[in-house]
Ligand binder design. Structure first.
Ligand code: G1P
Length: 293
């Protein structure tokens, strides 16, 4: 069972980033020189994914256009003899096969994933959430696919978070497995009220899911926040077959949050081959000279 397809839900309104996201999708906000969604797609491609399913909504066509061939731009760059830039732009559209499906109502993450059921069909697949950017030596999705090749069951990526932040995440509870960094899930809950879980294992936006999830999602009722939650459907799936949590190696940035987004810009900027050194020097300079008055 090879993981060939990935679902990336991009239908959200991006209210946390208004007014920046009034006229452009939040997934098109830039980190150094690429929109955040391109990093997510590149992670999928580097992990062996062959097809991406975007779950979109009104006003998200910039994402589809970004991964499409732009005839006009290509012609202009050729005319101006900007060969390297032209190739770089065309490479984005050659990255991967992209399909879009529309989520007609904002009913939650579980509903967004369910919307992709006909394109996915009856095979295990990956889900990547665009807000979660992971910097790592081996792409996070690839680490999970390696584990999937051993266990052949659903996997959610997790990271340990401070106990006072557990209410911001889906939280899993479980028992240590023989495999490294792996836990066999016994229970999971979406955004638990403070003090109602002893686990610090938070779900991060990378999942490998068995296709059984679609049947479960079709009857999952609204949960936390009145939305159809993927976590609730996953809990139901654990009653039928094994599911694992995997503590990935790498650093995750929540690019859907203003502070997380700024941290991601700095982290990716520092690693940029042309800009990293100058940015490091600049940050040292401004931090030393900073005067809050
Ligand atoms: C979603 C999931 C949650 C997970 C989080 C990770 O929540 O529902 O379980 O912990 O992504 O980023 P959201 O942040 O979309 O509210």
């Amino acid at each position: 069972m090879k993981i060939r397809k990935a679902v990336i839900p991009v239908a959200g309104l991006g209210t946390r980033f208004l007014p920046a996201t009034k006229a452009i999708p939040k997934e098109m906000l830039t980190i150094v020189d690429r929109p955040t969604i391109q990093y997510i797609v590149e992670e999928a491609v580097a992990s062996g994914i062959e097809q991406i399913v975007f779950v979109t909504s009104e006003g998200k066509s910039a994402i589809e256009n970004h991964f499409d061939y732009n005839f006009h731009l290509d012609a202009v760059l050729k005319e101006k003899n900007k060969v390297t830039l032209g190739e770089e732009i065309n490479n984005i559209s050659n990255l991967i096969d992209v399909v879009s499906v529309r989520q007609k109502k904002p009913l939650g993450l579980g509903h967004a994933i369910w919307t992709a059921r006909n394109v996915i069909g009856d095979e295990p697949f990956m889900v990547l959430l665009g807000d979660d950017m992971v910097l790592s030596q081996v792409p996070c999705a690839k680490q999970m696919i390696s584990l999937f090749e051993q266990v052949g069951e659903s996997i959610v990526a997790i990271q340990r978070v401070p106990m006072n932040q557990t209410h911001q995440y889906g939280i899993v509870e479980g028992e240590d497995d023989d495999r490294e960094r792996t836990v066999r899930i016994t229970r999971m809950v979406e955004k638990p009220a403070p003090g109602t879980t002893e686990s610090d294992m938070a779900i991060i936006g990378r999942y490998i899911l068995m296709p059984d999830i679609f049947n479960i999602l079709s009857t999952t009722t609204p949960g936390h926040g009145g939305e159809i939650q993927l976590t609730d459907a996953l809990l139901a799936l654990t009653k039928k077959r094994a599911m694992y949590a995997y503590e990935f190696q790498g650093t995750r940035y929540d690019a859907g949050d203003k502070m997380g987004y700024l941290k991601a810009i700095i982290a990716y900027g520092l690693r940029h081959p042309d800009l990293g050194q100058s940015l490091r020097e600049h940050l040292l300079e401004v931090t030393a000279a900073y005067d809050p008055s």
